[in-house]
Write a protein that binds this ligand. Structure first.
Ligand code: SF4
Length: 371
């Protein structure tokens, strides 16, 4: 038996040992048990090549249980299964004949583009058009640095729901002002992680009154938070980077993904000056991760431009900014920074990692990809 990598069609020379094998009859409890605390690949058994239950199990592991590790197909498999396995979320398949790997590869490559999104290859057919729109929008937005016209261009260019994720930071408040002034129909939401500063909540209310709008609060899954706190403790995110990333995943990333489901555009307040990691943030780009156009309408603004805009338009801002807080996230993970310090230095300051991101903005330094 050899293992074939479904993405490349190559034989895996040094496969990891399987941590658990799921039978096709596995129920929700078995899936949860397989994922819980699992550090190795999960194998799903196909006792017969006409038994398709394993495809559903892989998709549930990816989409419902958020499993990110390797999923391996084992059992009665034929090369024609390759595409379906890949799209259902499998990474590898165990095959009897090493020479058949090239046949598997050819089978997988036979279909170049898929019409429907799936657990893997999440791009629907509109990908081509939307990527083109993103490129055109990026060009149009670069022709002005006025925020209200930029918001109008965004609203005019994208069909369907445009979501704006606001953390009530300075950039987001400028964008919120411009959205209100433009009259554009934008779905404004914020991630209520349960650990926000009271000042953030005050800023939400003040902004709603001032701009006569409602800022939708998106909360994490209560069961997931309960499990996390029961396992790691209330401040478990201080114990390790891994714990911290899990906390951000549950309290921020998954709720964000839910809030973006079905949206065609996603507006953020990312700016290139924030950090080296964000230095290449485009004004608009196709976001492969979420399958939408991600727009960063103040990406190219300097701090001076931003502060001038806020002052000129008397935009309400979080009072913590006056106390030295620059980038404001959850209360236990944010501190004030000294003048001249990196704005991101006040986030997870006990960590030494270079790229201190919470996972909301994947590949923020890669122009043309998710920012
Ligand atoms: S910023 Fe801190 S409290 Fe907030 S989700 Fe991340 S680790 Fe958890």
């Amino acid at each position: 038996m050899v293992l074939v990598d479904l993405a490349t069609g190559k034989v895996v020379t040094d496969p990891e040992e399987v941590a658990r094998v799921l039978e096709p009859s596995a129920d929700e409890a078995a899936l949860a048990a397989a994922v819980g605390g699992n550090a190795g690949p999960i194998a799903i058994s196909f006792p017969s090549f006409v038994d398709g239950r394993g495809f559903s199990l892989a998709r549930l592991l990816r989409e419902r249980h958020g499993f990110k590790g390797e999923i391996r197909a084992v059992g009665s498999l034929i090369p024609d299964h390759g595409q379906f396995l890949l799209r259902s979320g499998f990474d590898t398949a165990e095959i009897a004949d090493p020479d058949a790997a090239s046949v598997w590869k050819a089978s997988i490559e036979r279909i170049g583009r898929n019409y429907q999104p799936a657990a893997r290859n999440t791009l629907p057919l509109r990908w081509g058009a939307s990527e083109k729109t993103a490129l055109e929008l990026n060009k149009i937005l670069s022709e002005t640095d006025d925020l209200v016209p930029r918001i109008k261009e965004i609203a005019g260019a994208i069909e369907g729901r445009i979501a704006f994720s606001s953390s009530l930071g300075l950039e987001d408040q400028a964008i919120l002002h411009a959205v209100a002034k433009s009259g554009a129909d934008i779905d404004v939401f914020t991630l209520d992680t349960g650990r926000l500063f009271p000042e953030v909540l005050e800023t939400i209310e003040l902004s709603e009154l001032r701009f006569r709008t409602r800022i939708r609060l998106v909360v994490p899954d209560a069961d997931e938070v309960e499990e996390l706190v029961a396992r790691d403790g209330v401040y478990g995110f201080r114990q390790s980077i891994e714990n911290r990333k899990t906390c951000c995943e549950i309290r921020k990333v998954r709720p964000l993904n839910r809030a973006l489901e079905g949206a065609q555009g996603w507006i953020t307040g990312l700016r290139r000056e924030h950090s080296d990691v964000r230095a290449g943030v485009p004004l608009a780009a196709w976001d492969v991760e979420h399958g939408l156009i991600k727009i960063n309408p103040v990406a190219d603004w300097t701090t001076e431009t931003l502060m001038d805009y806020l002052k000129a338009n008397n935009v309400p801002v979080n009072p913590l900014h006056e106390k030295g807080f620059v980038s404001i996230g959850c209360a236990p993970c944010t501190r004030a920074v000294k003048p001249g310090e990196d704005p991101r230095a006040g986030r997870w300051w006990w960590e030494t990692e270079d790229k201190k991101e919470c996972g909301l903005h994947v590949g923020a330094d890669q122009e043309g990809k998710a920012a």
